[in-house]
Design a protein around this ligand. Structure first.
Ligand code: ZN
Length: 136
Protein backbone atom coordinates (compact mmCIF):
# COMPACT_ATOMS: atom_id res chain seq x y z
CA UNK A 1 0.00 0.00 0.00
CA UNK A 2 1.35 3.45 -0.94
CA UNK A 3 2.06 5.97 1.79
CA UNK A 4 -0.43 8.52 0.43
CA UNK A 5 -3.09 5.84 0.42
CA UNK A 6 -2.48 5.11 4.08
CA UNK A 7 -2.62 8.81 4.99
CA UNK A 8 -5.91 9.20 3.11
CA UNK A 9 -7.37 6.24 5.00
CA UNK A 10 -6.35 7.78 8.35
CA UNK A 11 -7.82 11.15 7.33
CA UNK A 12 -11.04 9.39 6.33
CA UNK A 13 -11.23 7.56 9.66
CA UNK A 14 -10.56 10.78 11.61
CA UNK A 15 -13.40 12.64 9.92
CA UNK A 16 -16.00 13.56 12.55
CA UNK A 17 -13.73 12.43 15.35
CA UNK A 18 -11.76 14.45 17.88
CA UNK A 19 -8.33 13.38 16.62
CA UNK A 20 -5.06 13.89 18.51
CA UNK A 21 -5.71 17.10 20.46
CA UNK A 22 -3.38 18.66 23.05
CA UNK A 23 -4.69 16.53 25.92
CA UNK A 24 -4.37 13.29 23.94
CA UNK A 25 -0.80 14.15 22.84
CA UNK A 26 0.08 15.09 26.42
CA UNK A 27 -1.32 11.79 27.75
CA UNK A 28 0.63 9.84 25.11
CA UNK A 29 3.89 11.62 25.98
CA UNK A 30 3.26 11.12 29.70
CA UNK A 31 2.57 7.43 29.02
CA UNK A 32 5.89 7.08 27.16
CA UNK A 33 7.69 8.73 30.10
CA UNK A 34 5.86 6.43 32.57
CA UNK A 35 6.79 3.33 30.57
CA UNK A 36 10.45 4.44 30.20
CA UNK A 37 10.73 5.19 33.93
CA UNK A 38 9.09 1.83 34.62
CA UNK A 39 11.81 0.04 32.63
CA UNK A 40 14.37 1.30 35.16
CA UNK A 41 12.26 1.54 38.30
CA UNK A 42 10.50 -1.86 37.87
CA UNK A 43 7.30 -0.74 39.52
CA UNK A 44 4.17 -2.62 38.50
CA UNK A 45 1.81 0.35 38.91
CA UNK A 46 3.70 2.77 36.64
CA UNK A 47 3.25 0.43 33.69
CA UNK A 48 -0.48 0.34 34.34
CA UNK A 49 -0.56 4.14 34.60
CA UNK A 50 1.13 4.28 31.19
CA UNK A 51 -1.40 1.82 29.74
CA UNK A 52 -4.31 3.77 31.22
CA UNK A 53 -2.96 7.02 29.75
CA UNK A 54 -2.60 5.41 26.30
CA UNK A 55 -6.13 4.04 26.57
CA UNK A 56 -7.47 7.47 27.51
CA UNK A 57 -5.56 9.12 24.63
CA UNK A 58 -6.98 6.52 22.20
CA UNK A 59 -10.48 7.12 23.57
CA UNK A 60 -10.06 10.89 23.01
CA UNK A 61 -8.71 10.48 19.46
CA UNK A 62 -11.54 8.21 18.27
CA UNK A 63 -14.29 10.03 20.21
CA UNK A 64 -17.15 11.47 18.19
CA UNK A 65 -18.49 13.56 21.08
CA UNK A 66 -16.61 16.65 19.85
CA UNK A 67 -18.31 19.13 22.18
CA UNK A 68 -17.34 17.31 25.38
CA UNK A 69 -13.79 16.57 24.15
CA UNK A 70 -13.25 20.21 23.09
CA UNK A 71 -14.40 21.44 26.51
CA UNK A 72 -12.04 19.00 28.26
CA UNK A 73 -9.16 20.09 26.02
CA UNK A 74 -9.87 23.79 26.70
CA UNK A 75 -10.05 23.13 30.47
CA UNK A 76 -6.77 21.23 30.24
CA UNK A 77 -5.03 24.09 28.38
CA UNK A 78 -6.39 26.59 30.90
CA UNK A 79 -5.17 24.45 33.81
CA UNK A 80 -1.67 24.39 32.33
CA UNK A 81 -1.38 28.17 32.72
CA UNK A 82 2.17 29.40 32.11
CA UNK A 83 3.35 25.85 31.33
CA UNK A 84 1.10 25.75 28.24
CA UNK A 85 3.72 26.66 25.56
CA UNK A 86 6.06 24.00 27.00
CA UNK A 87 3.40 21.34 26.55
CA UNK A 88 2.07 22.49 23.16
CA UNK A 89 5.39 23.26 21.48
CA UNK A 90 8.49 22.70 23.62
CA UNK A 91 10.85 23.57 20.74
CA UNK A 92 9.27 26.97 20.19
CA UNK A 93 9.08 27.61 23.95
CA UNK A 94 12.80 26.86 24.25
CA UNK A 95 13.68 29.18 21.33
CA UNK A 96 11.50 31.89 22.90
CA UNK A 97 13.33 31.50 26.22
CA UNK A 98 16.72 31.80 24.51
CA UNK A 99 15.76 34.77 22.30
CA UNK A 100 13.70 36.90 24.67
CA UNK A 101 13.69 37.95 28.26
CA UNK A 102 10.51 38.74 30.14
CA UNK A 103 10.33 41.63 32.56
CA UNK A 104 7.54 43.25 34.53
CA UNK A 105 6.61 46.90 34.59
CA UNK A 106 7.39 48.31 38.04
CA UNK A 107 4.22 50.38 38.25
CA UNK A 108 1.45 48.21 36.71
CA UNK A 109 3.00 44.68 36.70
CA UNK A 110 2.42 44.38 32.91
CA UNK A 111 4.68 41.71 31.39
CA UNK A 112 7.00 42.93 28.60
CA UNK A 113 9.23 40.94 26.27
CA UNK A 114 12.68 42.24 25.29
CA UNK A 115 15.35 40.68 23.04
CA UNK A 116 18.23 39.06 24.93
CA UNK A 117 21.86 40.16 24.74
CA UNK A 118 21.25 43.82 23.83
CA UNK A 119 22.69 45.28 27.04
CA UNK A 120 20.69 47.74 29.08
CA UNK A 121 17.40 48.57 27.37
CA UNK A 122 15.09 51.46 28.08
CA UNK A 123 11.54 50.10 27.93
CA UNK A 124 8.30 52.02 27.71
CA UNK A 125 5.46 50.02 29.23
CA UNK A 126 2.81 49.38 26.54
CA UNK A 127 0.05 49.50 29.15
CA UNK A 128 0.75 52.47 31.42
CA UNK A 129 3.57 54.25 29.55
CA UNK A 130 6.01 54.12 32.46
CA UNK A 131 9.69 54.02 31.46
CA UNK A 132 12.12 51.60 33.06
CA UNK A 133 15.43 49.90 32.32
CA UNK A 134 15.93 46.20 31.71
CA UNK A 135 19.24 44.34 31.54
CA UNK A 136 18.71 42.04 28.56
ZN1 ZN B 1 3.15 49.57 33.20
Amino acid sequence: MAKGDWQRKVAEWLRGRQGPDDLAVFCTNLAIVAVLVNVFAHTSWLGWVGLALIAYAMFRIQSKNLGARSRENAAFLKALGPARPWVQNPGAAWRELRTYKHARCGSCRQKVRVPRGKGKLRVTCPKCGAKFEVRS
